[in-house]
Write a protein that binds this ligand. Sequence first.
Ligand code: HEC
Length: 85
Amino acid sequence: MKRIIAIVLAIVFVLGLTSLTFASALEKCNKCHKDAKSLDKVVAAKKIETADAFIKAVKASPKAELHKKFTDDDYKAVAKELKLK
Ligand code: HEC
């Protein structure tokens, strides 16, 4: 019985770890950017077409403070997921 519990725990652990590792860059943003504020809507509304314009939009935002822990690489990864140039 103990063995089964150990195996189940091991599987849960591994699955948890992989889901963390493979969490997309966009998912980090989606904690705050959901529904009307989702980033695909932001990008469409502001007619943002390039990764550079996207990064500028984050930095120009009055809420830039909330984005301090992210790097340009994060934004580039997100821009890619949003299919920006
Ligand atoms: C802690 C919450 C939070 C997280 C996490 C977050 N944002 Fe934001 N972001 C905000 C808030 C709040 C605003 C201001 C929204 C508004 O003005 O309506 C904002 C604004 C923006 C804007 C500008 C929108 C505009 O209308 O000018 C962009 C672009 C943006 N965020 C991108 C990102 C990206 C990319 C990530 C992930 C790497 C991210 N954000 C993660 C809270 C967050």
